[in-house]
Each structure stands twice: as C-alpha cells, then as structure tokens.
Design a protein around this ligand. Structure first.
Ligand SMILES: Cc1cc2nc3c(=O)[nH]c(=O)nc-3n(C[C@H](O)[C@H](O)[C@H](O)COP(=O)(O)OP(=O)(O)OC[C@H]3O[C@@H](n4cnc5c(N)ncnc54)[C@H](O)[C@@H]3O)c2cc1C
Length: 438
C-alpha cells in the first residue's frame, strides 16, 4: 500500500501492520521487516517512511491508562493524539508541557522526534517532560525506559526517529493551567534585527514565535509579526465551536507562485500592523494550532508536494547567528521560491535527554517550499552550507533530502546513537542519511 508523509515526498510502497488494543505487547516477530512505527504521518519528509518495508500503524493504540488529576501525571498508549489528550486535560486544568504547531500528532511521534514548541526557551523539548515509556524491541522484549531504568535506551529513543523499536505507552508530566484561554500580544517588526530584539525583550514570556515575510528584501528583510503569550488567569465559560474546513483536492501547481505568495505576505503583514495593540485573549487552539483549522492544507501545494526546511544556528548574547539567518533570508528572497509559512523561534539552553535531538541554543527558521525539483534542491544545498559553517543543524522531522555528508556534520553523535538501533527497524530517512557513512 502507498503511504506518505505530510509533504507528500516521497510516496513509497509499504506493508501496513495495524496495531490494536491488547493487554500484551504486539508480536510482529513473524512478520517481514524492516519495521517502522507510524503515528499520524505529520512529519514532512521521510522519517515515517520505510519504502519496501513494514509500517506499524499505531493510531488505534489510543487508550488512556491512567490520569492523576492532582499530580498531572498521564499514562497513555503511544498512538493517542495530542488532540485527544487536550480534550480531557484542559477541562481538568492541565496542559501539554510542550506542544508542536499541530495537535494531530501521536505521543509516540512526539517522543521519537523529540518535538519542540513555542516555549523551548523555558521548557526545553517534549522529551524533557517524559517520565518513562514502554519500548517493544523486535525480539519481543518490552522494556520500561526512564531516567533511572534502561537510561541509555531512554536517551536513544527520545529523538531516536523510531529506530530503537516500538514505543507502546508513554508517561508524561503535564503542566498546570487555570484557564483554556491564552493572553496574547502580536507586535509587527520592520526587519530581522528588530524581530530578534523582541525575542530578547520578551524572553521571560512562556511562549514566543514570529511569522516572517520571507519575500520582502532590502531594508524590510526579515520583517514580520512577533507573538508572545501566557496561559490566562481568566477562564472562558464557553468552548468555541470547532469549525474546521478541509482542502477538498490537490491545488494545481501554478496556484502557489511568487506573485500569489508576495500578495499574501503583503496583506498579512499590513493586517498585522493594523491589528489591535495590546494583550488580547484567545482560546488556546487558534494560538497553538492555527493551521489545524484547515484540514489537509498540504494539498495547497499540489500533487508534486512540498518541502519544509527547518534549521537552527547558535545564537547567544553577542547576536552570533543573526548574520547567518540574514544570509539565508537573502538567498530565499532572491530565489522567489518560498511560501507564506515562514516561522522564527528562539531555542533556549535546556538540554534534552535525547542523544539525537534537534534543538540546540539558537535561532530556528522554518519555511515551506513548493517542490520545484532541482531548483529547490539547489537552494537547500546553499542553505545547508550556511548552517554547517555556523555550527547549526537541520531538523530530520522536516527533511526529505539532506545528504549523508550534511547529516554527519549536523549530528556527529549519530555513531554513538547507532548502537541502540533495533536491527529489525529502519526508515527511508535513515538509509538515505547513513548511506556510505558506515
Ligand atoms: C502543521 C505542522 C506543524 C508542526 N509544528 C511543529 C513544531 O512546532 N515543532 C516540532 O517539533 N514539530 C512540528 N511538526 C512536526 C510534527 O510535530 C512531528 O513530525 C511529529 O513527530 C509527528 O508525529 P506523528 O504522530 O505524525 O508521527 P509520524 O510522522 O507518523 O512519525 C514520526 C517519527 O516518529 C516515529 N514514531 C511514531 N510513532 C512511534 C511509536 N509509537 N514508537 C516509535 N516511534 C514512533 C516514526 O517512526 C517516525 O520516525 C509540525 C508538523 C505539522 C504538520
């Protein structure tokens, strides 16, 4: 059967092995490998892809095993989605300690990519809040992994891209909230330097992120809208109706071009400049998951699919890294190939337990690009060079094309990690980025 990831690159042939509720660990030892767990396919590239192999579909492993309303400790099967967790935790006064920009993600996927959110500078990654998990290895053994039990496998599996085995259950420490609202302020900025200053100024705020107009050049290079937020102290009595619409079909590839993106960016930036100043209250979903309102929005990029490029470069008190981001934005702006989804965040120095985790103290830039073949790939190679020269790295969860050489420079710790891989597990990503390295 053909399955794919969020960017629709690559489309691959798999044997699907759906896993269902059971009180004993799933036995896939008699099936043909190599195996790879699959959550909701919200990774953009080929980390959840296993061309020619077997995908262990986890979405039906979605039981809540325990939830302590006093301590906020939650234990669920690994296919449980963040959306399902929020549906009962928020009314009980608890929230995810870290959340990515979509709630259509499984707990197992969140651990395996060690995802980050708008609060990395104060909370670190998802893995920093995981108390433990059950890991099923291909020999049938189930191991409880935590900071005190099977610690090396705990560290290898957090950010381990599904290669150490199947995560069956996850125990997570949630974060206390009193409201389903978030206090938010949006502040426009005229260029990159101003945007970075805002991140510094609002460093004490729990959540911060910026949208960037990646088409604007010259003195407006890196202009955008900065948003920061806190969980509100005021409760909303009503829960807004969840109105989601779906993109019904793949758009033709000419629909997204530099003119339509330029027009969108111009309007979006101007609208941000004219917005009501000061703190506004927002229900948590539009703040954390603005894209989830439009289901299957990846179809906007058409049948050829799209790439996301997300990198991080070190950024500290002396603004090192700012020049690298400026260089990348200049290249992207001249290429005329970027989309309206360009996001900037600042990561803090809280260390993840994960060996292969992506975040490091620095600035992270994420952008979507329509797949225009060799032209797009050539741009990424140039961006990679800047990232390598600045001691940064590119995010595997968003990648479908980084070279083995670039991977080994971004993640020199891959050799330390490799010893923990289950030899019956593999992915298209891993085969691609380690080809020729061993
Ligand atoms: C709109 C959007 C916004 C996003 N925003 C962010 C963001 O802000 N920050 C961020 O970090 N990421 C972000 N992402 C990426 C997304 O959060 C991650 O790719 C996430 O890991 C996807 O989870 P999934 O359940 O879909 O896993 P999949 O994509 O299906 O799989 C991801 C990896 O997890 C492994 N895996 C899945 N389940 C298990 C399991 N049970 N056991 C072992 N391994 C498993 C897979 O083998 C694969 O390697 C975003 C994605 C989208 C589409």
């Amino acid at each position: 059967m053909k399955t794919w990831s969020w960017g629709n690159i690559p489309v691959a042939e798999h044997r699907l092995l759906p896993l269902t509720w059971s009180d004993s660990a799933p036995d896939f030892s008699r099936a043909e490998g190599p195996f790879l767990a699959y959550g909701y396919g919200r990774s953009y590239g080929d980390v959840p892809v296993n061309d020619g192999g077997a995908l262990l579909q986890t979405s039906s492993l979605n039981r809540v095993l325990s939830f302590d309303r006093d301590s906020g400790v939650l234990h669920c099967e690994a296919g449980t989605s963040l959306q399902d967790i929020l549906s009962f935790c928020v009314p009980a006064g608890w929230f995810l300690p870290v959340t990515p920009g979509t709630q259509f993600v499984s707990l197992g996927g969140a651990v395996a990519n060690d995802v980050h959110g708008k609060n990395h500078h104060c909370a670190g990654t998802f893995g920093c809040h995981v108390l433990g998990f059950d890991l099923v290895r291909s020999n049938g053994e189930t191991m409880w992994c935590s900071l005190t039990e099977n610690k090396p496998l705990f560290a290898a599996t957090i950010g381990g891209l599904g290669l150490t085995g199947l995560i069956l259950t996850v125990k997570l420490q949630l974060k206390k909230i009193v409201s389903n609202l978030v206090d938010v302020e949006n502040i426009p900025f005229a260029n990159l330097a101003q945007g970075l200053d805002l991140f510094k100024q609002y460093n004490a705020s729990t959540y911060s992120v910026a949208w960037i107009d990646c088409i604007a050049g010259g003195s407006a290079l890196g202009r955008g809208i900065f948003s920061y937020g806190e969980h509100s102290e005021r409760r909303s009595i009503t829960t807004p109706a969840n109105r989601q619409v779906s993109v019904p079909f793949n758009f033709p590839s000419f629909a997204l071009n530099k003119y339509s993106v330029r027009a969108f960016n111009e309007v979006y930036y101007k609208k941000g400049c004219m917005g009501t100043p000061g703190i506004q209250q927002s229900y948590y979903e539009p703040f954390f998951y603005p894209l989830d309102k439009l289901l299957k929005w990846n179809r906007i990029y058409g049948k050829k699919g799209f790439y996301q490029y997300q990198c991080v470069v070190p950024f500290g008190d002396n603004d090192e890294g700012a020049a690298a981001i400026e260089k990348m934005l200049t290249l992207i702006s001249h290429s005329g190939n970027a989309s309206f989804l360009a996001v900037l965040k600042v990561f803090g120095d809280k260390q993840s337990p994960g060996i292969l985790s992506f975040p490091m103290k620095g600035i992270t830039l994420a952008l979507d690009f329509s797949n225009r073949g060799a032209r797009t790939l050539a741009l990424f190679s140039e961006l990679d060079k800047i990232v390598i020269n600045n001691g940064g790295r590119v995010y595997p969860a968003k990648d479908a094309r980084m070279s083995a050489d670039a991977f080994s420079r971004f993640f020199p710790q891959w050799q330390e990690f490799e010893q923990y891989i289950d030899d019956q597990f593999s992915s298209s990503f891993w085969r691609r980025v380690t080809e020729g390295l061993k």
